[in-house]
Design a protein around this ligand. Structure first.
Ligand SMILES: *[C@@H]1O[C@H](CO)[C@@H](O)[C@H](O)[C@H]1NC(C)=O
Ligand SMILES: *[C@@H]1O[C@H](CO)[C@@H](O)[C@H](O)[C@H]1NC(C)=O
Ligand SMILES: *[C@@H]1O[C@H](CO)[C@@H](O)[C@H](O)[C@H]1NC(C)=O
Ligand SMILES: *[C@@H]1O[C@H](CO)[C@@H](O)[C@H](O)[C@H]1NC(C)=O
Ligand SMILES: *[C@@H]1O[C@H](CO)[C@@H](O)[C@H](O)[C@H]1NC(C)=O
Length: 283
């Protein structure tokens, strides 16, 4: 009798894990994991993906040539280097069955170039935790003027880590009094050209800003169709206070599919979406 119960529970757990893999919106996110205290808290939590920013700078109070450290511009100092960040996550994953992944957001090509050796230690095929390399490599809506990270250099170096997921997006200018906009056909086409011309042959995800992506369903679908051989997905993100048409966003997510959409938006927005539960779950 106990054997039966254990077997039933095991089946339920395996089933829900399979379910979760098909529903990428269940993946949870910690942001700006850029210091030791927060990294420890994130590792101790249920969160599955740790997003963190990398700049060239210094460990607090130390001097010497700039190294990759965890910080968001304009900050250039931190108590946490990229090297320590990655080794802490790897150590956690060595002794825990539920693996935590990392999304490394590179704020400049120089930071990415100087991070190559450290990334290489964890992009070996025998290491399995999710490793995402993220940068905004093209200028996007609405007429964004933030300088993108050099796209060809980013893709060329990213391809040297074939087990990593390339998370490649557009700079954006949205929020505040900018409440309308969309990804244009030209912006989507420029991304497709880069992927093609640089012979990208690894998993890709496209971070798209919720309020803009929801107005861009046709071109987002084109983008995913043209990259389906790369197991492409979108990662829908949003800043606190962004204007978002909830119904349109929900339509985008359900059209693209829960199995191809990571959802990294504030809880308040996620709750408004009321994503449908799996139809075949009957208790
Ligand atoms: C550590 O990072 C978290 C998340 O970014 C932030 O809220 C917190 O203020 C940071 N703590 C220090 C001491 O910088
Ligand atoms: C929007 O806000 C920015 C700064 O927050 C301001 O410079 C600009 O004039 C505003 N534009 C409009 C159309 O209100
Ligand atoms: C893509 O990479 C796989 C191995 O990861 C390789 O087998 C395949 O030949 C590559 N395809 C192209 C078009 O380079
Ligand atoms: C896509 O997924 C399939 C099945 O998991 C895998 O065999 C293939 O290598 C993946 N290709 C890329 C480019 O991620
Ligand atoms: C997918 O996950 C979300 C949580 O992000 C949940 O609300 C929804 O019911 C799930 N749907 C399916 C079909 O698994």
């Amino acid at each position: 009798m106990w054997g039966l119960i254990v077997a039933a529970v095991t089946v339920a757990v395996v089933k829900s894990e399979e379910e979760a893999m098909k529903n990428l919106t269940t993946v949870s996110w910690a942001h700006a994991v850029n210091n030791k205290t927060y990294l420890e808290a994130a590792l101790a939590s249920e969160i599955s993906m740790l997003e963190a920013d990398i700049v060239l700078g210094q460990i607090n109070g130390k001097e010497g040539p700039p190294i990759p450290v965890m910080a968001h511009p304009p900050a250039t100092t931190s108590d946490l280097s990229l090297s320590e960040f990655l080794s802490s996550v790897a150590q956690y994953n060595n002794v825990n069955s539920k693996q935590k992944g990392v999304k490394l957001d590179f704020k400049s090509i120089e930071a990415f170039e100087k991070s190559q050796d450290q990334i290489a230690l964890y992009s070996k095929p025998e290491i399995h935790f999710p490793l995402w390399l993220n940068a905004d490599i093209l200028a996007g809506p609405v007429e964004a003027t933030t300088k993108p990270v050099d796209p060809v250099k980013f893709l060329t170096l990213g391809a040297k880590h074939p087990r990593s997921v390339l998370s490649i997006g557009w700079t954006t200018n949205y929020g505040g009094n900018i409440t309308e906009g969309e990804y244009s056909r030209e912006q989507i086409g420029a991304m497709l050209r880069l992927i093609h011309e640089n012979h990208i042959n690894q998993t890709v995800t496209f971070p798209v800003r919720a309020g803009l992506a929801s107005n861009s369903q046709p071109v987002v679908l084109d983008l995913l169709r043209e990259t389906s051989s790369l197991n492409s997905s979108i990662t829908v993100w949003s800043s606190e206070g962004d204007a978002v048409e909830v119904d349109r966003l929900k339509a985008l997510i359900l059209t693209v599919g829960l199995e191809r959409t990571y959802l990294d938006v504030p809880h308040e927005l996620a709750a408004k979406l009321h994503l449908p539960p799996a139809a075949n779950v009957k208790n």
